[in-house]
Design a protein around this ligand. Structure first.
Ligand SMILES: NC(=O)C1=CN([C@@H]2O[C@H](COP(=O)(O)OP(=O)(O)OC[C@H]3O[C@@H](n4cnc5c(N)ncnc54)[C@H](O)[C@@H]3O)[C@@H](O)[C@H]2O)[C@H](O)CC1
Ligand SMILES: [K+]
Length: 491
């Protein structure tokens, strides 16, 4: 799985790779630039665009200079915009500058007219992970000018101005795409930076996985290639029992829709048997909406240990008898999934957190999380609190949002790569609860269930979004769950 490293660790890794493999930093830059060009050709038709490369004084600028050379015969025209005399620039920048062919027009930013056409592409190679203070002076002036202009904007490695591990202070380049090298930088996951990063793409620069795996920072980026190995395999003799027997608690009067969504999502994720515990008055709606689901009676609720996993909270309301909730938590000794009102009730009575079975999975969105831990001032702080919370209570804490994070009891943090803005719709979280509970019920360990749950959920949202864009509703996400197994070739 791809690690997410701090800016300092990335620099260390680069330096070690260069020292140990007998490869020069210039060759590494060339490889980064070449792989960027491959990405570029995959996303644009070069001959249809003019390219404007803004290169700062460090190696990020050097990447830009190399890219200008590599693309100059393919695009309509290339202009390289420079800030400094080359004597003041990094060694690899200078070596690349000397290799520039005549086709690349070089202009100082202070002599540039900033007139762009809509199809022009601006590459931001001003600063990368070497940024060490907020941008000011001519750098800020250029970035603000570029942000105000119409063009297609692509940031190389990280939008200039954003520090690799921290929240932006001041201004930064606003990109439509960020093409980051080898590792997604930690700060690319902060919602504070969403308007700057655009869509994030990771391109490798030719450092082999065996070398990369020596560098770990307890943070990982979850991608499609990681998912198949996390799945259990079933065979022709597998029976309903193997696919798990789960129970979902929720669906108070008027909120049974949440249970309809959760239970349907669980079935579409492969659950063998789904029971729900809901308000009596809602039975008819529930069983009409999802005939495959069974409504639990007193007997089933008494014999909780007969179930493989429980999902608690969708549409439960906050009027639930807390002694009933406590008794569920105390009587069930396997991991459970807790969402929505299940979390709000814990926030109301934090003493109950001690009864949550170890290894359980909690799935708050940002507001639910803050009800549990208090207000935070940045996403960086929120992630830190998520990590502490998971460790303190021995649970898996899924913080929902763009790049949903999964914090584990042993201090690791995984960031999901699937999903889109169209999933911010009523019931989307109920769907996730059903999916994760279904995986737990099928015998996945909590980490597998959490990772598979968020990845497939996000992928289903992407598939639904392709057809329905902002018209996506939670039921569309459920309808796309089966296709996620096909996409990932999971039998
Ligand atoms: N493995 C990889 O990821 C590779 C990355 N490469 C690229 O190199 C940059 C990092 O290069 P570095 O020279 O360390 O830093 P920068 O280019 O970001 O800039 C450093 C330069 O700028 C000065 N500086 C810092 N902040 C400011 C500021 N606010 N105002 C003015 N000047 C500032 C600083 O003093 C330095 O002089 C990485 O992001 C990749 O793009 C390589 O290509 C190889 C592989
Ligand atoms: K940049």
């Amino acid at each position: 799985m791809l690690s997410i490293l701090s800016g300092d660790l990335v620099k260390q890794l680069d330096a070690d790779f260069i020292a140990q493999q007998g490869i020069s930093s210039l060759e590494l830059m060339e490889s980064a630039a070449k792989n960027f060009c491959t990405w570029f050709r995959g996303n644009f038709v070069p001959s249809e665009h003019r390219l404007f490369v803004f290169s700062g004084p460090g190696n990020n600028g050097g990447d830009g200079v190399a890219i200008a050379r590599l693309l100059c015969h393919e695009v309509k025209a290339v202009t390289l915009l420079v800030f400094e005399e080359k004597e003041n620039c990094s060694m690899d920048y200078r070596l690349n500058f000397e290799r520039l062919p005549d086709q690349v027009e070089v202009t100082s930013v202070d002599k540039f007219d900033f007139k762009f056409e809509e199809t022009d592409i601006v590459l931001d190679a001003i600063f990368g992970v070497g940024i060490n203070r907020p941008i000011d002076g001519v750098y800020r002036w250029v970035v603000e000018k570029l942000n105000a202009l119409e063009a297609i904007k692509v940031a190389i490695d990280i939008p200039s101005g954003i520090p690799a591990d921290d929240v932006l202070d001041g201004e930064a380049f606003k990109a439509d795409h960020t093409v980051t090298f080898q590792f997604p930088k930690f700060s690319l996951f902060f919602p504070e930076h969403a308007v700057y990063t655009g869509k994030v793409h990771v391109v490798d620069i030719g450092i082999p996985d065996t070398f990369l795996s020596r560098y770990q920072d307890n943070k990982y980026f979850l991608q499609a290639k990681d998912i198949p190995a996390l799945h259990k395999r079933f065979h022709a003799f597998s029976h309903k029992g193997d696919f798990g027997k789960i129970m979902l608690f929720g669906g108070s009067l008027g909120k049974v829709g949440a249970m309809v969504l959760s239970s349907k999502a669980a079935l579409r994720t492969g659950s063998g048997l789904v029971h729900v515990q809901i308000a009596d008055a809602e039975r008819m709606i529930m069983q009409t909406a999802v005939p495959e689901v069974m409504v639990a009676g007193a007997q089933e609720i008494k014999r909780l240990e007969a179930f493989d996993a429980l999902g608690i909270g969708p549409g439960w309301g906050t009027e639930v008898d807390l002694s009933f909730y406590s008794s569920i938590l105390k009587r069930f000794h396997k991991p459970v999934v807790i969402d929505a009102d299940g979390l709000n009730l814990l926030a109301k009575k934090p003493e109950m957190l001690q009864f949550v079975p170890k290894g359980s999975i909690l799935t708050p969105h940002v507001k639910e999380f803050e009800r549990l831990v208090g207000n935070v001032s940045s996403h960086k702080e929120r992630l830190l609190k998520a990590q502490q919370f998971a460790g303190e209570y021995g649970v898996f804490l899924i913080l929902k949002g763009a790049f949903t994070s999964i914090s584990t009891p042993d201090g690791k943090q995984y960031f999901n790569s699937t999903g889109n803005q169209y999933m911010a719709t009523a019931g989307s979280g109920d769907v996730l609860t059903g999916m994760i509970t279904a995986f737990l019920g099928q015998g996945y360990n909590p980490l597998q269930a959490a990772l598979c749950g968020v990845f497939h959920h996000g992928l289903a949202g992407e598939l639904a979004g392709k057809q329905k864009r902002r018209g996506v509703i939670a039921s569309d996400i459920i309808a796309c769950i089966p296709q996620t197994f096909l996409e990932l070739d999971i039998p």
